[in-house]
Structure formats: C-alpha cells, structure tokens
Ligand binder design. Structure first.
Ligand code: UT7
Length: 327
C-alpha cells in the first residue's frame, strides 16, 4: 500500500489509536488505612510504592467504570460508536454473573455493530484481550476494537488483612486498537499460564482474596523479565528500540527489579502505582491513558505491555501508538 506521502506500507498492524480512563471519586490514603489496620504509611510506601488509591463507593460499578473509560477513549478517537467492530472487557469483578460487562458498555455507547464479551485472566486480562483483538485485526476480521480493563477489587478484599488491603484499588482504562498501515510488521504478542500456581492468589466465590505475597512477587519479577527477553529474541527488536514499557502496576519494587535485571533506564518503565495501587486488569490501560496525557507517547512510539497475575497467567503485547491523524 502506498500512502499519500509516497512511503510504502506493506503491512497492516494493530495500533493504539486512543486511550481513556475512569476511576471512582473516593481516594483513600495510606494514612487513612493506618487508622484501620496494623500498618504504616512508611511501610506501604517503602514496600510497594503506593501512596493512595481510588476505591469504589456503593454506587461505583465495574460496568459503569468500564463504560466511562470506553467513552473517554472513543471521544479521543475519530470514530463513532457504530464503527467499532469488537468490545472486550477484561475483568474478574463483573457486576453480574450473567450479562457480560462488555454488553453493558456496548449498550451505553450505542456500538450496535460490535460483538462484545468479557475475558477473565486476572491481572493479565487486559493484555490477553489486546492479544485477541490484535490477532483479529491482523487477520482482517476486525478494523476497530475497544479493549477495556475494569475492576472493583475492593469488593474482594478482606479489609482486616493488611497484606492485601493496602495493595488494591479500583478503576477502568480503555484503548481503541485499530488496523493501520505500517512499513514494519511490528505486531508481537505472547501469552502464558501455569495453573499449578493457582493457590498463590485466588478468591473463592463469595469469599475474600487470598495471596502468598512473597511468592507472587518473585513470580512477577521472573516472568516479566523472561517475557521481555523473549520479546527481544522473537520480535527482531532490541529492548532499546522500545520507547515505553507499561507493566502491570502491582508493586513498584517489581518494576524496579525488572528494570535492573534488564539494564533498562527506570524512566522507560512507566509507573503510576503511587496514585492508584494495584487495579488488576485495569492497571495497564489506566497507566497508558496517563502516559499519553503526560506526553510520554508520541506518534509512532513503540509500547510493550506486560501483564501477570492470578492463575497464574502472564501476557505480553508490543503495540505502536498512532493517535488520530497519524494512522
Ligand atoms: O496483581 C498481582 C498480584 N499481586 C502482587 O503482585 C503482589 C506481590 N507481592 C507484594 O507486593 C509483596 O509481597 C507485599 C507488598 C504483598 C508484601 O511485601 P513483602 O515485602 O513481600 O513483605 P512480607 O510479606 O515478606 O512481610 C514482611 C513483614 C512481615 O513481618 P515479619 O514476619 O517480618 O515480622 C509481615 O507481617 O512485613 C509484615 N507486613 C506488614 N507490615 C506492615 C506485611 N504486610 C504489612 C503491612 N504493614 N501492610
């Protein structure tokens, strides 16, 4: 395909064309938690990097947060809702057992042509969903997909368990992935799971979240490092050629340990965990929305997304950022 500028584009690749996020209005600081738990602001900051988080009040729902984030991403695009072909919501905390969150979003936006479904892969869910949407775009079946991560993990947390209560926050983030012409076949994704680790982090139906924090920590550092080494080996790109790394925001020390192991400058690993905590499947799209807002993504920026979490599951996608007018 030859473009108006005369450059030759041999490939169609999935690219992030717009981003959006939505969080509950209520914020809870570490100091607020000190009053209710045997913990301190200092401990939480030093061991996790978290300073505050947004927590759902009774009116805040996973579906409404997802719809608000999706609407923000759609507003930032040049698309109408009818132009969307697919809506995927990654969530482990849907409002209802039946009726996918994605169908709530479809109705709220009026995206009448889109197929819609939810995907549950815990904290890796958003990157799993990007991988699916990306493959459909590559195959030509989908032109524009809305991919959302939305969670209200505060409803699963035992608020007297200091290990988990300090970590999690609520919110939603969304991206539009569109088919764009490219001179390079930069699309890459890789997914993984290890069900033998299911007891490290789980929430039985009707009960609280339980976590073996240290083991999940070690798993996170190991698997993200391996995923990025694999990306470098299989994508034909050196890690230095990737502009921004947006990892699941689970613990600042995990992000720093990965940067150190791979010898990456810390500023290329985006972090906003200080203000959101761990929002599970929503953490990566919330981070992407903030990175774009802060001007850390330019047209053509290459972004590596790596999710990991319960299951155990993990997932990596390499995407290019092409905001409206630069597709
Ligand atoms: O989304 C993916 C899933 N989650 C994660 O990725 C979480 C990964 N894990 C972590 O982020 C960390 O393991 C935690 C933040 C959960 C815990 O940090 P840690 O440095 O691994 O602490 P630890 O569990 O090894 O505990 C160290 C000490 C213990 O006291 P003793 O036995 O040394 O006396 C804990 O009882 O810190 C104590 N502790 C706390 N103290 C104050 C544990 N939680 C707290 C707390 N405040 N909130």
């Amino acid at each position: 395909m030859r473009t108006l500028t005369g450059s030759f584009h041999a490939y169609i690749v999935p690219a992030i064309t717009s981003v959006g996020s939505a969080v509950p209005a209520r914020t809870v600081t570490n100091k607020d938690l000190e009053a209710a738990l045997a913990t301190t602001d200092d401990w939480i900051r030093q061991r996790t990097g978290i300073e505050r988080r947004h927590l759902a009040s009774t009116e805040d729902k996973t579906g409404a947060l997802a719809a608000n984030a999706a609407q923000a991403a759609l507003n930032a695009s040049r698309l109408t809702a009818e132009e969307l072909d697919a809506i995927i919501v990654a969530t482990s905390t849907p409002d209802d057992a039946i009726v996918p969150t994605a169908c709530q979003v479809q109705a709220a936006l009026g995206a009448s042509r889109a197929f819609a479904f939810d995907l549950a892969a815990a904290c890796s869910g958003f990157v799993y969903a990007c991988a699916m949407a990306g493959q459909w775009i590559k195959s030509g079946q989908v032109q524009h997909a809305l991919v959302i991560g939305s969670e209200t993990f505060s409803r699963l947390v035992n608020w007297s368990d200091r290990q988990t209560a300090i970590l999690f926050g609520d919110g939603a983030g969304a991206v539009v992935l569109s088919a764009v012409p490219s001179s390079r076949d930069d699309w890459y994704c890789h997914l993984g799971a290890d069900g033998s680790g299911k007891d490290l982090l789980f929430a039985p139906r009707g009960s609280y979240l339980q976590m073996k924090g240290r083991e999940v920590f070690k798993f996170g550092v190991r698997v993200v490092t391996e995923e990025l080494e694999r990306l470098a080996a299989q994508s034909g790109l050196r890690l230095e050629e990737i502009d921004l790394f947006v990892l699941h925001q689970a613990n600042q020390r995990i992000i720093e340990a990965v940067a150190q192991r791979l010898n990456l400058p810390p500023e290329r690993l985006f972090s906003n965990i200080a203000h959101y905590g761990n929002t599970s499947a929503a953490s990566i799209p919330i981070a992407l929305a903030e990175a774009a807002q802060k001007g850390l993504l330019s047209p053509g920026s290459r972004v590596a997304l790596v999710g990991f979490g319960a299951g155990l599951t993990w997932a990596t996608c390499l995407l290019t950022y092409r905001p409206p007018g630069t597709e």
